[in-house]
Design a protein around this ligand. Structure first.
Ligand SMILES: [Zn+2]
Ligand SMILES: [Zn+2]
Length: 311
């Protein structure tokens, strides 16, 4: 049994390479590996390297790919045209995402790979693809044979009696990201829970919906893009841009009583020093706060964090 989360892209807005950005310059992409299933959340440029990792292991193993989208802003889709597995005829990819801006999941993704913006049209890629538009509170259940089903309603009773071998992903709507919101996800397996909430801001008293979802989670991955002084800058405030400060993130973590808070979606203007400062601020409010970096791996079965290398 394995349950691991890896961070392939931890930057928000646009890629940020350079010597002051060693924490990671690629935009949002996280991977959750559960046995032979690879669950991917967002396709920022971090997904490009993940694609190489997947193709390096695919020869011997059957790997099942489930690709979820929080929303379709550039920093969450711009890596998809360079994600090797979409071109491979022997690969099956199950896509999940909300209908946003009055366009379906398929329409939103396709718009990213279309002439004249990219030389290969999305329809020409050879992998086998299945598209699942999801709504708030929809649940995706993946069984031990990697077959999945969509349940419109998460049944509380099932939560108590659920088969431990099933992976349960629940979609939640975030109402505070311009202009059409975004989704966040809870992922449960083997009695453990991860919540991935990027591109999210906050409310007075904390985001109660999110706090309820994240209650007692093992890991809360939360947007923490801005230093407080950037957020409230007198001349160019970033309030209302749909992103959080470490104080907003730590407040949710504390109220939800999570075990660990991982801070992500780092601002492209934030140097490594700034990101470390963000972690220090978060720790004042919630001790178990850590900044995400490439390629951080957390093994939930062993409760261990390390740097992931496969080459
Ligand atoms: Zn973003
Ligand atoms: Zn966004």
């Amino acid at each position: 049994m394995s349950f691991k989360v890896r961070f392939w892209g931890v930057r928000g807005s646009y890629p940020a390479p350079g010597k002051d950005f060693l924490i990671g310059g690629n935009t949002t992409c996280i991977e959750i590996e559960i046995n032979n299933n690879i669950l991917i959340f967002d396709a920022g440029t971090g997904i490009i390297k993940l694609g190489k990792y997947i193709t390096s292991r695919i020869k011997n193993n059957q790997i099942n790919i489930f690709l979820f989208f929080t929303h379709y802003h550039q920093d969450h889709i711009q890596g998809l045209p360079f994600f090797g597995p979409i071109y491979m005829p022997n690969i099956v990819i199950n896509f999940f995402g909300p209908k946003l801006a009055e366009k379906t999941l398929y329409e939103n993704i396709m718009a990213n790979m279309y002439m004249p913006f990219f030389p290969v049209n999305f329809e020409e890629t050879l992998s086998k693809k299945f598209f699942n538009n999801i709504k708030e509170k929809d649940t995706v259940i993946i069984d031990e044979n990697s077959n999945y089903r969509l349940s419109e309603e998460y049944i509380e009773k099932k939560r108590e009696t659920k088969d431990k071998k099933e992976i349960i992903i629940t979609a939640h709507k975030n109402f505070i990201h311009p202009k059409d919101g975004s989704f966040y996800y809870s992922i449960e397996f083997d009695g453990k829970k991860i919540v991935f909430a990027t591109d999210i801001e906050g409310f007075v008293g904390g985001d109660v919906r999110l706090i309820n979802t994240a209650t007692n989670a093992d890991i809360l991955i939360h947007d923490s893009q801005y230093l407080p002084e950037v957020y409230t800058n007198k001349y160019y405030p970033t309030q209302g841009f749909g992103h959080s400060t470490p104080i907003i993130a730590a407040d949710v973590a504390r109220k939800a009583n999570v075990k660990k808070l991982i801070l992500t979606h780092h601002d492209p203007n934030s140097t490594d020093k700034d990101v470390k400062k963000i972690q220090t601020i978060a720790r004042k409010y919630f001790k178990e706060s850590y900044y995400a970096y490439e390629i951080m791996e957390i093994d939930l079965e062993k409760d261990k964090t390390s740097e992931f290398t496969w080459l």
